[in-house]
Design a protein around this ligand. Structure first.
Ligand code: SF4
Length: 362
């Protein structure tokens, strides 16, 4: 049955049928990773873990943009905030992330001009309104966000705005999945792939990873029925021993994805290496400014290169992002580390695994 309205994707009777179908599979132990933080939050919000068979373990993955941002990038944003030449503009989630010795929030409290924006276009407007200041935009995010930042830079270029620049910490999803599969100790039986990223990338973007590692992979939306359907499809593939790449979100995701958005993204950025918190450098997993747009690169323009960074002692964010640990395995969880006093980014971000556990699982 084709559903039309959001409320239908939260229908209790349909959910019960899907849950029953999952139980009826009588599956042995499997470990599924919900790659993205939006899935993690939805899974907790709708109590999905509690209705699954005990044999199915759900693990959070590396798809929370704030959580995977490397400490060096956090320290770089903070370094810019320390200069009174700059207005630093950022998505709100980044504000409280602890750097090696400060945070954007602390710098703001000490008088730095740090402003929360809801899009890169807001940041560009701040640059236009403040020609006497340099405006830095903290460019984090995955395939969902990168096209809008690229579109902003196209406008900045066209309007010849001289006081706007970015520091890019963009990440691409499929190379991270390949890196996880190559990591010792990571044992996964399936990927629940992010719906919103896939709207841009299309199903085809995951094909090479799927073919190389032959792991069940299903793209799913974020409503409870979407997630339950995705889990049912993954569990069925696992039970039948027929790994496939399937799309449980066809109302939004096509094979090719959003071709126009990808064109815009590729006008401004090119594929480059990126450093992920906990995972390290993954080749070809980032999007860096191409030659034509290099003038918007804040670090090369203002000669900033942070060398000494240190990650918070005792924080297990890196291992959590790889599915090697859960927040409850971290000794600091809910003791030294809480949403009011976060030690690591996974407790800060609204998509972070530790924040989700803290809010819904205690
Ligand atoms: S609970 Fe805090 S310290 Fe522990 S992994 Fe999560 S964010 Fe890091």
């Amino acid at each position: 049955m084709a559903l039309k309205y959001v409320a239908e994707y939260r229908d209790g009777d349909l959910a019960k049928k899907l849950i029953q179908s999952i139980h009826d599979l009588k599956i042995g132990k499997i470990r599924l990773m919900e790659v993205c933080g939006t899935h993690t939050m939805s899974i907790f919000r709708y109590g999905i873990k509690g209705v699954l068979p005990k044999n199915i373990t759900l693990l959070s993955g590396p798809g929370c943009p704030v959580c995977v941002t490397a400490q060096k990038d956090i320290d770089t944003y903070i370094e810019f905030a320390k200069s009174d030449k700059f207005i630093v503009t950022t998505f709100g989630d980044l504000l409280k992330v602890p750097g090696s010795s400060s945070s954007l929030q602390k710098e703001k409290a000490d008088g730095a001009d740090v402003r929360i924006v809801y899009s890169a276009f807001d940041a560009l407007a701040i640059a236009t309104d403040n020609p006497e200041k340099q405006v830095l935009f903290c460019a984090i995010g995955f395939e969902t966000t990168i096209p809008t930042i690229a579109a902003t830079l196209l406008v900045a270029e066209k309007q010849n705005i001289p006081n706007f620049s970015i520091h890019s910490s963009h990440k691409l999803t499929p190379p991270a999945l390949a890196a996880l599969m190559q990591t010792k100790g990571v044992e996964l039986d399936g990927f629940l792939l992010p719906g919103h990223v896939s709207v841009i990338t299309g199903t085809d973007a995951y094909r090479s990873v799927h073919e190389e590692y032959n792991i069940p992979s299903v793209i799913a939306g974020f409503e409870p029925l979407d997630i339950l359907k995705g889990i049912l499809m993954l569990a069925t593939q696992s039970k039948m021993k027929r790994p496939a790449l399937e799309n449980a979100y066809p109302r939004a995701v096509s094979d090719q994805g959003n071709v126009k958005a990808k064109e815009i993204m590729n006008q401004v950025f090119e594929i480059g290496n990126a450093t992920w918190r906990g995972i390290g450098e993954i080749p070809d997993s980032g999007m860096v400014l191409n030659k034509k747009f290099e003038k918007f690169n804040a670090c090369s323009r203002f000669d900033i290169d942070i060398q000494d960074t240190k990650e918070p002692k005792g924080c297990a964010c890196g291992e959590i992002l790889m599915g090697l640990k859960t927040p409850e395995d971290c000794k600091l969880y809910a003791k030294a580390c809480t949403p009011m006093n976060p030690v690591g980014p996974c407790m800060v971000s609204s998509e972070g695994s530790c924040a989700a556990y803290y809010k819904y699982n205690r």
